[in-house]
Design a protein around this ligand. Structure first.
Ligand SMILES: *[C@@H]1O[C@H](CO)[C@@H](O)[C@H](O)[C@H]1NC(C)=O
Ligand SMILES: *[C@@H]1O[C@H](CO)[C@@H](O)[C@H](O)[C@H]1NC(C)=O
Ligand SMILES: *[C@@H]1O[C@H](CO)[C@@H](O)[C@H](O)[C@H]1NC(C)=O
Ligand SMILES: *[C@@H]1O[C@H](CO)[C@@H](O)[C@H](O)[C@H]1NC(C)=O
Length: 467
């Protein structure tokens, strides 16, 4: 078991132009010849010294390789059936220096010396597959092709990139943009293509394709705001904001540049999204809210306005652990109740208006809600909320803005949070009774009780009567 690694060392000397055995004037260059002889001797010595140095280096390397082979052999025998001898490595060098001065016609004089060093070592170095570092899993040809095409053709022709077949294949790779991603030596070698970037692009390609209005035959409205000129959404696509690592962190879309529907694929690659805002025209986007949107664990702000989107399931908010601002404004198809899981969110702002909501306020404003001490803004105006405001409202100790205008509320609790700055209860025609005395003295900046059955002659900044 021995392997010879031939190492060819070529050392070339280039003399200054014009230094040839025959001088420029064609006379035999006697003096030069003597000088050259001395130089040749010097060079020979130089070369011998260089060769000795090289041999020392190679011998050192041989020792290193040999000891590595010896080391790995013991670990190899335990991990597989390959048996590698534990004999000490034998390192042999054969050095064959040849000196071949070459004289080229013209003005250039070259001397080439070739030294052939044959490096032999025993035992055989262990094969690469059994080295200590775990090797990367090989990629399927289809997956490899998806990665290559994304690098080569997608930048110039983003719309023809086959996300339909590639997104699901690439989704099996570790997503380098996912929160908390840590590269591992066993990760497949993607040749420098970011799986996260590819999936993010494919999500936006899905959004783009869904925003084309098939009935009008006009240009896709997202084209005019800079989408799909290339495969990099962070290069100035309007409404797209990225962080320094190329994650899309914000997506803001306003009619007509919105998709007609939100399919699963339209959000599945947006792992870094912190803010999603879609403002439709009352009809589009339509259909259901995709599960992939409800899995955006980094999402802090969700703003859906005047869409035609359909009701959310009761557990809709289970995975949106980071959501702080939830705004659902004027979405007439979103249902009459809020998913009960909304109380699991650490919200600072809850705005659900213009939705014909009939949610039970006692269940929503429970003192066990995750947002009981974080909620600053509560706007449930323009709904169909009835009955009374629960007394638990006083437990919402950070609440500064309360807007319950244009509902059908019947009474106020005896105490309101003392943090309140803005109170809007106007247009609740059934609202009657006396105001908690605290309301008039708590230093409100604005207070509206117009179009209610509550009357008072004077109460701080509060306004009463018909508007
Ligand atoms: C190693 O050899 C044993 C016995 O010959 C065999 O049962 C086992 O499957 C082998 N393991 C590998 C990894 O080849
Ligand atoms: C699609 O085009 C039709 C006809 O031009 C128009 O009435 C409709 O509002 C458009 N819908 C969207 C979502 O752009
Ligand atoms: C309360 O909500 C209504 C309707 O959504 C709005 O018109 C009004 O300006 C809001 N009040 C305050 C004080 O913001
Ligand atoms: C408002 O509530 C009262 C009962 O409190 C009910 O009679 C009335 O129909 C409700 N109005 C609307 C518009 O829901």
């Amino acid at each position: 078991m021995s392997v010879a690694i031939p190492v060819n060392l070529e050392i070339e000397y280039h003399e200054k132009r014009g230094r040839s055995p025959v001088d420029r004037h064609g006379r035999p260059a006697q003096k030069n010849a003597v000088k050259d002889d001395k130089k040749k001797k010097k060079r020979r010595w130089c070369i011998i010294i260089i060769l000795i140095i090289i041999i020392i280096i190679l011998a050192t390397l041989g020792g290193v390789f040999g000891s590595r082979a010896a080391k790995s052999s013991s670990s190899v025998t335990t991990s597989s059936n390959t048996t590698v001898s534990n004999e000490a490595p034998i390192v042999t060098f054969t050095v064959q220096p040849t000196v071949a001065p070459v004289t080229l016609p013209g003005t250039t004089y070259l001397t080439t010396r070739t030294a052939t060093v044959t490096f032999t070592t025993t035992p055989t170095p262990t094969p690469a597959s059994t080295t200590a570092t775990p090797s990367a899993t090989p990629l399927s040809p289809a997956l490899q092709s998806c990665l290559t095409q994304f690098q080569l053709s997608a930048p110039s022709n983003p719309l023809s990139y086959p996300c339909g077949t590639c997104a699901s294949l690439v989704a099996t790779l570790p997503n380098d943009l996912a929160p908390g991603f840590v590269a591992s030596p066993t990760d497949p070698n993607t040749g420098g293509v970011s799986a996260g970037q590819l999936l993010q692009f494919c999500s936006l390609q899905t959004v783009f394709l869904a925003s084309a209005n098939s009935s009008s035959g006009s240009v896709n409205p997202l084209t005019s705001v800079g989408w799909m000129n290339n495969a990099d959404p962070c290069s100035g696509w309007s409404g797209v904001t990225c962080d320094s690592t190329g994650r899309v962190t914000q997506l803001l879309m306003t009619f007509p540049a919105v998709p007609q529907t939100l399919s699963e694929g339209s959000m599945s690659g947006m792992v870094g999204m912190q803010m999603l805002q879609i403002t439709g025209n009352g009809l589009v986007p339509t259909g259901s809210i995709p599960q992939s949107l409800l899995q955006l664990s980094n999402l802090v702000t969700l703003h859906l306005q005047t869409t035609g989107l359909a009701a959310l399931p009761d557990n809709a908010f289970d995975a949106l652990k980071a959501l702080q601002q939830l705004t659902l404004a004027g979405n007439s198809n979103l249902g009459k109740t809020l998913p009960s899981s909304v109380t699991e969110l650490p919200l600072t702002s809850l705005i659900v208006n213009g939705q014909d909501l009939q949610t039970d306020l006692t269940a929503l404003l429970t003192s066990s809600a995750a947002f009981v001490t974080s909620l600053q803004t509560l706007d449930l105006s323009g709904n169909s909320l009835s009955s009374s405001l629960p007394s638990t409202l006083s437990a919402f100790t950070s609440l500064t803005d309360l807007n319950l205008s244009s509902n059908n509320l019947s009474s106020l609790p005896s105490m309101l949070p003392s943090s309140l700055k803005v109170l809007d209860m106007h247009q609740n025609s059934e609202l009657k009774g006396t105001l908690p005395s605290q309301v008039c003295t708590m230093g409100l900046q604005s207070c509206d009780f117009k179009d209610t059955a509550v009357t008072a002659s004077s109460c701080g900044v509060c306004m009463f009567g018909a508007s």
